[in-house]
Write a protein of this length. Structure first.
Length: 228
């Protein structure tokens, strides 16, 4: 799937179904002891002289040996109702449509990849799945703020100052995106003077001394040949 998406320029989004195993309906009669939580039921049972009270499960539950299969049958039925068909080579890969409308859903238990040439198609499929299941997007987890090293103190001041300034009124509002990220602590700006901007050796014409210094700081250098 990844090779196909890469070769054909398809978009991929990753999703997860929360509490997936709780959606399945059981066909068998399965009984379980009452957990400690429902105190009222336990007290009622004790008042009536019942010692061994159990309950019958109507829905699947984590820990049941049937849980994973029941979930797979549930999501399989829903995807087929949306027009998807499982591939002959892999029943966990579903396809629908052709050309720009083609969409692929790849399942791994309760996680899934959704791929298409159009983001609108992916959004439609996600909405269809979310009608029945609690769906959440999965992306790269961000731990802490992303640090941006900047040598322009004026630009940093503009990003950190959310107030109105006459000199900046001509700046289009779409360029204030960075302000929102600074306020929400998703981005952190840190000053670094020009001479220590390590990426300059890749983008600017520098003196040989400065070039060697920045390459050394970046651990970039000629490959050393080793003899056997």
């Amino acid at each position: 799937m990844l090779a196909k998406c890469s070769a054909e320029g398809m978009e991929i989004e990753q999703c997860d179904v929360d509490t997936a195993f709780l959606y399945g309906k059981l066909e068998e009669e399965i009984y379980m002891e009452l957990p400690e939580g429902p105190r009222e039921l336990l007290e009622l049972a004790e008042a009536e002289g019942e010692d061994d009270v159990v309950c019958m499960l109507l829905q699947s539950l984590y820990g049941l040996k049937q849980a994973s299969r029941v979930w797979n049958e549930t999501i399989d039925k829903h995807l087929k109702s949306m027009g998807f068909e499982p591939a002959d080579a892999d029943p966990c890969v579903y396809t629908r449509g052709e050309g720009d409308d083609e969409c692929i859903v790849c399942l791994y238990v309760d996680d899934m990849l959704i791929a298409s040439r159009q983001k609108a198609v992916i959004a439609t499929v996600k909405a269809g799945i979310a009608e029945k299941f609690l769906l959440k997007d999965i992306g790269a987890e961000q731990v802490g703020a992303t640090v941006i090293y900047e040598d322009n103190q004026g630009a940093m001041a503009l990003a950190k100052n959310v107030g109105y300034q006459a000199r900046t009124k001509h700046i289009d509002i779409r360029y204030h995106f960075i302000r929102e990220k600074v306020v929400s602590n998703e981005v952190e700006l840190e000053y670094m003077d020009t001479k220590n901007q390590l990426d300059d050796f890749m983008t600017k014409g520098l003196s040989s001394k400065t070039l060697r210094y920045l390459m050394m700081r970046s651990n970039v250098g000629p490959k050393l040949e080793t003899s056997n």
